[in-house]
Design a protein around this ligand. Structure first.
Ligand code: FMI
Length: 346
């Protein structure tokens, strides 16, 4: 790299230089020459650097603005405060669980084979995806987010849905989920066809095969389904009824403990679907029960039941992958770790 000094030193021989340094003011003409030259170099360098610096500064400002943590933390806070304010939703479960389900259903349409569907394009906003019977009930989550989108119109729908899911998990005392912005709204004709989301009435073979389409292995599948500690099933949405446990709006490893420790009976519910129930009014879907029926899933269920930290770690990794599937983020787009409202004393 050439500095101003470097240039001067290269152009002035050592003898002249010692003369300048030693003779000081007496060396008027020689000094003048060097000074002039140095000035010229400085001037040239300054001009050259000016352009380069201006470009660098502009890029820096643009990147800073684009990836500004504070800007996204503000959105996080608004979503979190709205969850807190509107706590009466769904018999006081609140909006947390349904926001997590929205984030997952937007991402869960992804197909690794051709990189269609998924979390990038925000296509849930289009009628075909909104009205997918698998998405029944998620209209409530989308409606909840409408004023957030009105306030932050620069936020893409993909970013909004995924950020809302992350916010909900963290506000329900779950793990910190590093999140990246950068999803871009895509046109309506990129909306994936209905039927890409899984069917809850199936067995372990089906679950394994389905999640394979999203590139997930057994450990990640078991971790992701631990989110069923949250919220409940609703007859009118899915044809199943009841919560999976006691703490419907706190993110814990309760799901695994309930799977292992409760006494489950298979019944046919009012919609004619088979589901497992216990004497506390809790339920399990056939796909949930598949996790203890399958010899490869079962040890992972036991591990997560015994160790919430490990569950949180595995869930975090898998959920990040889910929300980023098929997206090529630029390197400078670093994941953001949001602060909860509690951590900010809000
Ligand atoms: Fe689940 N879910 N889920 N779920 N989900 C819910 C509610 C629900 C299925 C089925 C299913 C994941 C995976 C899968 C999550 C989170 C996640 C319901 C009830 C059903 C039937 C919906 C209703 O309102 O009736 C499976 C088996 C088939 C699609 C399935 O593979 C994953 C990966 C996640 C997140 C990581 C949450 C939080 C809820 C509660 C929603 C609410 O409104 O309370």
């Amino acid at each position: 790299m050439s500095t101003t000094f470097g240039n001067v030193f290269r152009r002035v021989n050592v003898k002249t230089l010692s003369f300048i340094v030693g003779a000081g003011a007496l060396a008027g003409s020689a000094t003048g020459t060097v000074m002039e030259y140095q000035d010229m170099r400085n001037y040239n360098n300054r001009n050259y650097n000016k352009q380069k610096l201006a470009a660098l500064a502009a890029a820096h400002v643009a990147a800073k603005e684009k990836y500004d943590v504070a800007k996204y933390q503000k959105v996080y806070n608004d979503i979190a405060l709205k969850i807190r304010d509107e706590d009466e939703y769904d018999d006081f479960i609140g909006y947390g669980p349904v926001l997590v389900r929205l984030a997952w259903h937007c991402a869960g349409t992804w197909d690794a084979k051709d990189n269609t569907g998924g979390p990038y394009g925000g296509t849930y906003r289009f009628a075909m995806e909104t009205n997918d019977p698998s998405n029944n009930g998620l209209q409530n989550a989308a409606k909840f987010l409408e004023p957030i989108h009105e306030k932050y119109p620069w936020l893409s729908h993909g970013d909004l849905y995924s950020l809302a899911g992350v916010t909900a998990i963290q506000e329900m005392q779950g793990p910190t989920i590093p999140w990246r912005s950068g999803r871009v709204d895509q046109p309506e004709d990129t909306t994936p066809e209905n039927g890409r989301l899984p069917d809850a009435s199936k067995d372990a073979k089906y679950v394994r095969c389905f999640f394979h389409r999203l590139n997930f292995e057994d450990r990640q599948v078991v971790a992701l389904l631990g989110a069923h500690a949250l919220g409940k099933t609703h007859l009118k949405n899915s044809g199943f009824e009841g919560p999976w446990g006691a703490a419907t709006n706190i993110f814990t490893n309760e799901f695994y403990n309930n799977l292992l420790n409760e006494k489950w009976d298979l019944i046919t519910n009012d919609a004619g679907n088979k589901q497992y129930v216990n004497d506390k009014g809790w339920m399990m879907l056939p796909t949930d029960m598949a996790l203890v029926q399958d010899p490869k899933y079962l040890p992972i269920v036991k591990e997560f039941a015994n160790d919430q930290d490990t569950f949180f770690k595995e869930f975090t990794k898998a959920f990040v992958v889910l929300l980023e599937n098929g997206i090529d983020f630029p390197q400078e787009n670093k994941p953001i770790k949001f602060k909860t409202l509690d951590a900010q004393d809000l």
